[in-house]
Write a protein that binds this ligand. Structure first.
Ligand code: MG
Length: 254
């Protein structure tokens, strides 16, 4: 069942095979079950500033920088450009509200997934558009001996948030990886777009309220309904990555 998406990817990107060395995990909605709190905080704070933003729409913006989300919604709802101080103030309010919610727990299945890829000798990395110190600081305590600090990409490393490929290109650069040496795991449509635009095989895990079609339309090469489902499928999937292509590359004519 994995043969077709794997061969399609190799064909489109003109790689002869995978040589997987690292798995690039998004943070919110993948490593941590934090999106319901982000959605609630964004919804409440933006509505208080007369920039209505539904909880569900927050999932469509997930991955953008906070600034970018505020600019887009301000233009739409008030037909004007948001000011610099206004953006900083709204984002601070949102961050403060997020921090008042209970601590987001690791996403169920994520520890199992991390244990499996570590046992396979692969390097786990984090690639997030988040600049929320409360969660970034918990990566080590929630997932001990897992993520190397110098291989983490956050909002502080990049100019452009997702869907721009910059965060994933930065991860390839930090990890000294070629695109066929990594796999992206994402829950958000803009994150999927970013992974695909960086030329990396991108797995969507639908941990939120959006339809699967939103993630598939964003270009996801494979989709799982949860991190646990991905963890359960991992060994078979990893074997497939190591086995394909089954077609002789010489037949790959465009
Ligand atoms: Mg996410």
């Amino acid at each position: 069942m994995y043969k077709e998406p794997i061969n399609n990817y190799l064909h489109v990107h003109r790689h002869t095979k995978f040589d997987i060395k690292a798995i690039l995990f998004d943070m919110d909605g993948v490593l941590f079950d934090s999106m319901p709190y982000h959605a609630e905080a964004w919804h409440q704070v933006m509505c208080a500033h007369r920039m209505p933003l539904s909880r569900e729409e927050v999932y469509l913006h997930e991955g953008r920088t906070g600034e970018s989300t505020i600019r887009i919604v301000c233009r739409r709802e008030q037909n004007r450009e948001a000011g610099r101080e206004e953006i900083n103030s709204i984002y601070e309010e949102k961050t403060n509200m997020f921090n008042r919610f209970p601590e987001a727990r690791p996403m169920p299945g994520t520890r199992a997934m991390l244990d499996r890829i570590k046992a396979d000798g692969l390097t786990p990395m984090v690639v997030t558009g988040s600049g929320q110190h409360s969660l970034l600081g918990r990566l080590n305590s929630s997932f001990p001996d897992t993520f190397r600090q110098e291989l983490i990409v956050t909002a502080f490393d990049v100019k452009c948030g997702k869907p721009n490929p910059e965060p994933y290109l930065m991860a390839l650069s930090k990890g000294r990886l070629e695109p066929n040496q990594a796999i992206v795991v994402e829950n958000a449509p803009l994150g999927v777009e970013a992974g695909v635009a960086a030329g990396i095989f991108t797995i969507a895990v639908n941990t939120g309220p959006l339809d699967d079609s939103v993630l598939l339309d964003a270009g996801a090469h494979l989709l799982f309904p949860s991190m646990q489902a991905l963890a359960d499928a991992w060994e078979e999937l990893y074997t497939a990555f190591k086995s394909f292509p089954t077609i002789d590359p010489i037949t790959y004519e465009i």
